[in-house]
Design a protein around this ligand. Structure first.
Ligand code: ADP
Ligand code: GLC
Length: 493
């Protein structure tokens, strides 16, 4: 089946979070099971620079009148077939400092509604035959940035032939793409699209609603999150709509791209490691020693290293880590954090590192290589999120034998099994799970981690279970194919 995947980010070219990892891995996983997948991306500088053999395909005129172009090229990845990529060439919209969504002061760009409407609009153009050599049967849009694709498709003049299906995946309901109502006039959608059962949301314009209302099928990135977002507590104001559409909503758990995240082959680690390995997992010990030296952490023996690789936002619950840091250090642990985001969190963690540099290391910023080294070196990966649609770092922690310590929410609940005595006895335990989003419950989980660490044989057994946990893309790819079939039932696969 021909599938056009639409996303704002794609690993390895442009990444601010897990969306990029998934947008990068899913096309390969689908191609591996025989699907014909192409991607559509906004022409951010890193994308224009990274897509190979880019050539112009078609001139475009945006609904508000701007002249742009659609280019076509290929994303080349070592060890996998190339993926054809359509790129929207609009430097006046995309060639800017800051990240893809915000300026250097972390303020959203004032014309974000145009920057991302164009992405959805171009997807609908391709669905209607803009490229005479390739027309998708399904448009698969990711997150609010691409969420207008299903809306444009729903209001498009239908060409003859089978209807193009649409699938919308929610990676994070907290980011909806909210804009002033007058921005609707730019979109080129008919008036009826701006209604309560459309893009209107308490008087504002809501891009994510475009995906949720108009897509044929909805998915989100874990089964638990699929249930949670239908409740008022976790529905971010859209739970009613999600309940209405629950019959077309599926939770498909993210997977791990083995080409990128594999401790046995990871060239970013000073030494690889895999199971089965000698009792002491020598490669992992070497990673820990090298990282501690690199970060200036003391090389104390038998001290567990806790790691964090995260955006520093409210979602990630990292104030629990701050509040619990004294106790963690008092029990003899060390912490290495890599992250960036809210200024107060960055500052608070920096101060803690300055106070006890032999026990706490804090690296502010984005660093893909260091992220790999932290999972390789870590004993415990902390992910105490308030909410978590899926979460990838706990899965990387599992795979790299850095046992996840997570709150039981969203995809974290679906991927980590707590070290209770029962779960240890049945050989299922893979990490540490706490329930209440408070200091007390978090502190208990940290104590459980220390207790297990003091029992090396048990620790090794749990770590081996964690490293063996299947997280391959084949299962997820098969589930996406089933959803595409539902979205485009008349198309041969
Ligand atoms: P989210 O998408 O909500 O940020 P995920 O756990 O799904 O959370 O994905 C986060 C991804 O971003 C992972 O690949 C993680 O390794 C990476 N990441 C997060 N912060 C950093 C950072 N400061 N440097 C490098 N990689 C990071
Ligand atoms: C979002 C979510 C995260 C998820 C990622 C990829 O950024 O916050 O939980 O893993 O998307 O689906």
């Amino acid at each position: 089946m021909r599938v056009l995947q639409v996303s704002a980010e794609i690993f390895p070219l442009l990444k601010t979070g897990g969306l990029a990892d998934i947008a990068g891995a899913l096309p390969h996983a689908l191609i591996a099971v025989g699907q014909d997948v192409r991607v559509l991306l906004p022409g951010f500088p890193a994308i224009v620079a990274g897509v190979e053999d880019l050539v112009p395909l078609h001139d475009l005129r945006a609904p508000w009148g701007d002249r742009t172009r659609l280019l076509v090229g290929r994303v080349a990845t070592a060890g996998a077939p190339d993926v054809t990529a359509y790129v929207i060439d609009a430097p006046h919209l995309y060639d800017r400092p800051g990240n893809p969504y915000e300026d250097t002061h972390r303020q959203p760009y004032g014309d974000n509604h145009r920057r991302f409407a164009l992405l959805g609009w171009a997807a609908a153009q391709l669905a209607q035959g803009l490229d005479p050599t390739w027309q998708p049967a399904v448009v698969h849009a990711h997150d609010w940035h691409a969420a207008l694709a299903p809306a444009y498709l729903a209001f498009a003049q239908r060409p003859p032939g089978p209807r193009v299906g649409s699938v919308f995946t929610v990676h994070n309901l907290a980011y909806q793409g909210l804009f002033a109502p007058w921005d609707f006039a730019d979109l080129g959608l008919p008036g009826p699209a701006f209604q309560m059962n459309g893009l209107e949301y308490f008087g504002q314009l809501n891009f994510m609603k475009g995906g949720l209302v108009f897509a044929d099928r909805l998915t989100t990135v874990s089964p638990t999150y699929a249930r949670e977002i239908q409740t008022p507590e976790q529905g971010q104001g859209l739970d009613g709509l999600l309940r209405q559409r629950s019959d077309v909503l599926t939770g498909i758990l993210n997977a791990v791209d083995d080409q990128v995240w594999n401790p046995g082959t990871d060239a970013l680690l000073p030494q690889g490691f895999s199971l089965p390995e000698g009792k002491r997992m020598a490669g992992k010990a070497a990673c820990k020693a090298a990282l501690r030296q690199q970060l200036g952490l003391a090389a104390w023996p038998d001290v567990p290293l806790f790691v964090v690789v995260s955006r520093l936002t409210e979602q990630k619950g990292l104030h629990l880590v701050l509040d619990g840091l004294d106790a963690l250090l008092a029990q003899g642990g060390q912490l290495a954090l890599l992250g960036g985001g809210e200024a107060w969190l960055e500052e608070a963690f920096r101060q803690r590192a300055a106070a006890t540099p032999e026990s706490v290391s804090v690296t502010i910023g984005y660093n893909e290589n260091l992220a790999h080294q932290l999972f390789g070196a870590g004993d415990v990966t902390l992910v105490p999120s308030l909410f978590e649609p899926c979460g990838l770092t706990q899965m990387y922690g599992l795979k790299y034998g850095s046992l996840p310590l997570v709150r039981s929410v969203g995809g974290l609940a679906d991927t980590v099994v707590d070290c209770t005595l029962e779960n240890m006895a049945s050989g299922e335990a893979t990490g540490f799970v706490f329930g209440h989003f408070d200091d007390t419950d978090y502190a208990r989980a940290v104590r459980r981690a220390f207790a297990l660490y003091k029992r090396p044989a048990d620790w090794r057994r749990v770590r081996a279970t964690a490293m063996r946990r299947p997280a391959d893309w084949a299962t997820a790819a098969a589930q996406y194919v089933a959803v595409y079939r539902q979205a485009a039932p008349n198309v041969a696969v």
